[in-house]
Design a protein around this ligand. Structure first.
Ligand SMILES: *[C@@H]1O[C@H](CO)[C@@H](O)[C@H](O)[C@H]1NC(C)=O
Ligand SMILES: *[C@@H]1O[C@H](CO)[C@@H](O)[C@H](O)[C@H]1NC(C)=O
Length: 382
């Protein structure tokens, strides 16, 4: 009997609380302010509501990335959107110029011009947010520098996108898997940058699926060493591994040994630079992409590659090689469920108004263009 009464009271109190909360949320109590008690209730209700709201909408305090922000291994970023053009059409050249080129970034999610990202309003940020570079600011950062890339074919796309979209060189239709070239600013011939890129999917640039095992070839090792044996050296190395390794190394134990060897190879190269009294290049490890759509189930599936990424990074860190990390796995992951932003294994294929893998015309290339800006942030921040 006593227990039933207790239960009844409990349910009654619960009901009153639920009704009060309901009133709070729909603001009905506003019409009940006929005396002081009601007024106090409304005040309490309003302050309760606003503290609830505050709890939910408190923005993380993020600021523009500094050099030290790239030390962090794991990024837990997000893509946010605050511009949208519903009527946006693909151009004949395959590009999506949805927002005005000067459409501004919104603080704190990025700084610079969001329109240039051709993402119809999307932008990526992590524990810090990124600056989107204009051609002038990118050239001012890269002038007189030598950037050395070592990695898979995603580098090939990213480099071309950086040249086409950011560095104002749209006439360069592609770059090869292996090259060493000087580029100059079309608006200021005194500004030059040297970019070298060596594919590591295989020691033979026309073949695939060796990954770190490409270092088993002496000719390939010598090719790499050559760039670090002269008086002038690259100032920055951006390296990755991944998709090809996913095919070659059948299990974690064998991959760990491969990553160990790759780390010891690069350590030897850097030690020789140090012994000659020269400045050792800054090395950024860029994690590999999350493969998308149909490619999610292949040998380089994201579950496997995420683990391989961290093993490689750990080995390179232990060898004292890593200046910073760029977590492209985190950047690509939200877009890997279908092929809208990738062809399975590349996020930066050149824009084209043609049938894409998913049957639609054209594809989105902004995820890789975002990476190009993130690389610039890593190379240029103080
Ligand atoms: C690029 O420029 C550097 C220095 O100006 C020079 O040493 C190098 O040979 C050039 N590379 C090519 C491929 O022209
Ligand atoms: C690279 O592979 C291709 C295709 O198998 C072959 O024709 C070529 O001779 C190889 N190049 C080298 C340098 O081994």
């Amino acid at each position: 009997m006593g227990l039933t009464l207790f239960r009844f009271k409990f349910i009654l109190i619960l009901l009153v609380i639920i009704i009060l909360l309901l009133f709070c949320s729909i603001g009905i109590l506003k019409v009940l302010n006929f005396h002081r008690g009601g007024l106090r209730l409304i005040n309490n209700c309003v302050s309760f509501k606003s503290s609830l709201l505050k709890g939910h909408t408190q923005l993380p305090k993020i600021e523009t990335c500094q050099k030290s922000d790239f030390i962090r291994d794991l990024w837990l970023g997000r893509w946010t959107r605050y511009g949208k053009n519903d009527g946006c059409q693909i151009s004949n050249d395959g590009r999506y110029r949805c927002l005005a080129p000067d459409f501004p970034c919104q603080s704190p999610w990025c700084s610079g011009s969001l329109g240039l990202l051709e993402s119809n309003g999307w932008v990526y940020s992590s524990h810090c947010s990124f600056r989107l570079f204009s051609a002038d600011s990118a050239w001012n950062c890269l002038k007189n520098r030598w950037i050395f890339f070592w990695g898979d074919s995603n580098h090939v796309d990213t480099i071309r996108n950086m040249l086409n979209f950011v560095l104002d060189l749209p006439q360069i239709p592609s770059v090869p898997r292996r090259f060493d070239m000087n580029f100059s600013n079309p608006n200021d011939a005194s500004q030059n940058v040297r970019i070298t890129s060596i594919f590591n999917g295989h020691w033979n640039e026309t073949l695939n699926y060796e990954g770190f095992n490409s270092l088993a070839d002496e000719g390939f090792r010598n090719l790499l060493k050559k760039y670090f044996s002269e008086d002038t050296l690259p100032d920055t190395i951006i390296m990755n591994s991944g998709l090809h390794d996913g095919v070659h190394w059948r299990n974690l134990r064998s991959y760990t040994a491969g990553a160990d060897y790759a780390a010891s190879f690069w350590k030897e190269v850097m030690d020789s630079v140090r012994q000659r009294g020269l400045a050792v290049p800054h090395i950024f490890y860029r994690t590999t992409v999350a493969t998308g759509g149909y490619a999610r189930t292949l040998q380089f599936n994201p579950n496997k590659m995420e683990v391989y990424n961290w093993v490689a990074l750990e080995k390179f860190r232990q060898a004292g090689l890593v200046t910073g990390v760029i977590d492209d796995f985190d950047m690509t992951f939200p877009w890997h469920f279908d092929n809208r932003c990738n062809d399975g294994v590349h996020y930066g294929r050149g824009p084209a108004k043609m049938k894409w893998r998913d049957g639609e015309i054209g594809h989105q290339y902004f995820v890789d263009l975002m990476l190009a800006h993130v690389l610039l942030n890593a190379m240029c921040s103080k």
